[in-house]
Ligand binder design. Structure first.
Ligand code: ADP
Ligand code: MG
Ligand code: ZN
Length: 614
């Protein structure tokens, strides 16, 4: 609870108690309550005067002897009580229906008057106090809302906090196995070190940099390392924290963040898990959408209004780039993307080295062997393994962390990761290697296929165990028939390689087949690329919003449908044969390259070219 508000609250409670006390004490202390019969006997003897008669009660003053009369009426013996009664000068009694009273009073010359019901104390008690309490309560509530993060807003703020680090104390040395990403970020560091100098030379600096990569590959670490290398403050917050907050708070936070950044420049703003914030709008109609949109809109407008010249670099990280709102990726926003991929075997060895330097290593520890034992693992996994190994060694009372501790830790990690299906066994690795080489060799051998940039068998995402990247990676708008056919052969090359080498196929080719079938269908139905059917479009391109997207409409006969199916099948089979022919011709190369891939996990395009030419 806020100190200030709790104090105000205490003031109010104290004031309230004091008032009650005042009323009770001051106004009644000297006033004796008497019964109506007592009152009547006092009236008969003329022992009261100055009566005030209200609807419910009668107040008045005792005349000399009045109190004594009460004492005798009540037959009081105790001195203490007597003196208490004697000290009272006024009395009051509850009024009883008594039509004769006024006449009796007149007879005895007792003055009396009516009474206006409310006194100021009453007014105070019945009106001002409740209002005061109400106001106090509301100001208390409003204060809670105004300063999110305490009390009511604790859920929101505790995570949406902007962390400001003057010095991150992380350098590039602490981030291993991501040399390409580091290379791309060097320019940013240069800029942050001396923005003026950089701008004088006419360098153009990107405003926003998006770090993309699977979880645990060191994106957050890398961002902090950039700040550390440049020696600038690091302002960070997490995108996911906004989603839980009340509407409007996130936007205010973003505004604050940019204001602070301006004061601290040169510095880095880092938004972690930006996908939570910049999810494609309208993707999920669940809660938090409004808040997210407002926050996102604020972020976009802040970014647009921000000038790199001020020396502020905005970085963000995500492991799901595909769901990010395209508005965030437009030029002038997060237009520079840096891939932070899973480390290869060499990278893992380096990461082991970084983390192992913090523990006492036994003589028998072979970091290279450890790297070979952990395919598919990322920096965070390795950090955990080293930590676990150190704990195991400590439990055994050892002075050093030995190889067996590492092996045990790796086994545990693998058991944990296998549940998440991210680790592949030796046989699988072999199949994946041949499969990917199949794609790559077919691609490299066909004139109209995009050149291969890299083959990797480092698992990526949930489904893809390996991948072959071809250049260009962006979408093409116009493709010729021969390009499409070559593309089909490349897609089928993976499956064909498995068939040739192992005599059977695995489930790994499912995605390839889907994509191949899709292309073949489009060739026949949309592009009119089948000789047997001629240049007909047999499917209207669907209009997303007007029609039910699941209902594919085609206005052709059953017979045509049959021919379409046949044509699609023919195209696929011919492409498959083409791929097989290439692979059978180069089977020696296939075996060599696959063997190398199993060992190194990654083969770059250049290397593949050399291997194929040799
Ligand atoms: P991400 O943000 O990509 O999910 P983090 O940067 O949070 O990953 O990484 C979590 C931890 O894992 C880091 O604090 C670090 O200890 C370790 N780690 C991850 N990647 C690397 C790396 N490339 N080199 C060294 N340590 C790493
Ligand atoms: Mg992170
Ligand atoms: Zn494949």
């Amino acid at each position: 609870m806020n100190k200030k508000t709790s104090l105000t609250l205490i003031y109010f409670i104290v004031a309230f108690i004091v008032l009650i006390f005042l009323e009770r004490y001051f106004l009644t202390q000297q006033t004796l309550q008497i019964s109506y019969s007592e009152f009547k006997s006092l009236v008969k003897e003329g022992l009261v005067n100055n009566l005030i008669i209200s609807k419910e009660y009668i107040e008045g003053k005792f005349v000399n002897g009045g109190v004594e009369k009460i004492i005798s009426l009540r037959n009081i013996k105790e001195e203490k009580e007597k003196s208490f009664i004697k000290s009272s000068k006024t009395f009051y009694t509850i009024r009883v229906e008594d039509p004769d009273l006024i006449r009796e009073l007149s007879d005895r010359n007792i003055t009396y008057s009516g009474k206006q019901e409310v006194t100021w104390v009453k007014t105070l008690l019945s009106w001002i106090i409740p209002i005061a309490i109400f106001i106090a309560f509301w100001s208390f509530i409003l204060k809670k809302m105004g300063t999110p993060g305490e009390g009511l807003m604790a859920v929101g703020k505790s995570k949406a906090k902007v962390y400001i680090e003057g010095e991150t104390n992380v350098s590039f040395k602490d981030v291993a196995g991501v040399d390409e990403a580091k290379e791309e970020l060097k320019e940013i560091i240069e800029f942050l070190k001396t923005p003026q100098k950089f701008l004088k030379l006419g360098g153009k600096i990107p405003k926003g940099i998006l770090l993309v990569g699977p979880p645990g590959t060191g994106k957050t670490l890398l961002a902090r390392a950039v700040a550390g290398e440049a020696g600038v403050p690091f302002l960070s917050l997490s995108g996911s924290a906004f989603v839980e907050m009340f509407v409007g708070v996130g936007a205010a936070r973003v505004r604050d963040l940019f204001q602070q950044a301006e004061k601290l420049a040169p510095c880095i703003i880092f938004i972690d898990e930006i996908d939570a914030l910049g999810k494609v709008r309208g993707l999920s109609p669940v809660s938090g959408v409004d808040e997210r949109e407002q926050t996102l809109a604020q972020l976009l407008s802040e970014m647009d209004g921000f000038d790199t010249k001020k020396g502020v670099i905005i970085m963000a990280a995500t492991n799901r780039p595909e769901i990010i709102d395209p508005a965030l990726l437009r030029p002038g926003r997060f237009d520079r993307h840096v891939l932070v991929d899973r480390p290869d075997i060499k990278g893992r060895e380096e990461i082991f080295r970084v983390h192992a330097s913090k523990v006492k290593l036994g003589q028998d520890v072979d970091l290279k062997a450890l790297a070979a034992m952990t395919p598919g693992m990322v920096g965070a996994d390795i950090a955990n393994i080293v930590n676990e190994a150190a704990l195991l060694a400590a439990r055994k009372g050892k002075q050093f962390v030995g190889m067996e501790d590492f092996e045990e830790a790796i086994e545990r990690a693998i058991a944990g990761l296998e549940k998440k299906s991210r680790v592949i066994n030796k046989k699988e690795k072999e199949i994946v290697a041949f499969h990917e080489c199949g794609h790559a060799i077919v691609a490299a051998s066909l004139p109209n296929a995009d050149p291969v940039r890299r083959i990797s068998i480092i698992p990526r995402g949930i489904s893809a165990l390996g991948y072959t990247i071809q250049l260009p990676t962006e979408d093409r708008y116009l493709l010729t028939k021969s390009e499409l056919l070559d593309r089909l052969a490349v897609l089928l090359g993976g499956r064909c390689a498995e068939e040739i080498i192992f005599g059977e196929v695995s489930t790994g080719a499912q995605n390839d087949l889907e994509r191949a079938t899709d292309i073949a269908k489009k060739m026949v139905k949309n592009y009119g690329m089948s000789e047997n059917l001629g240049p007909l479009s047999l499917e209207q391109s669907r209009m997303m919003f007007l029609e039910n997207p699941w209902e594919k409409k085609g206005d052709y006969s059953e017979d045509t449908a049959k021919i379409i199916d046949e044509e699609v099948r023919r195209i696929i089979i011919e492409s498959c044969d083409k791929a097989k022919k290439i692979l059978n011709e180069k089977i020696d190369k296939l075996k060599i390259i696959a063997g190398l891939l199993i060992e190194k996990e990654i083969i770059e395009g250049e290397e593949l070219k050399k291997l194929l030419e040799s």
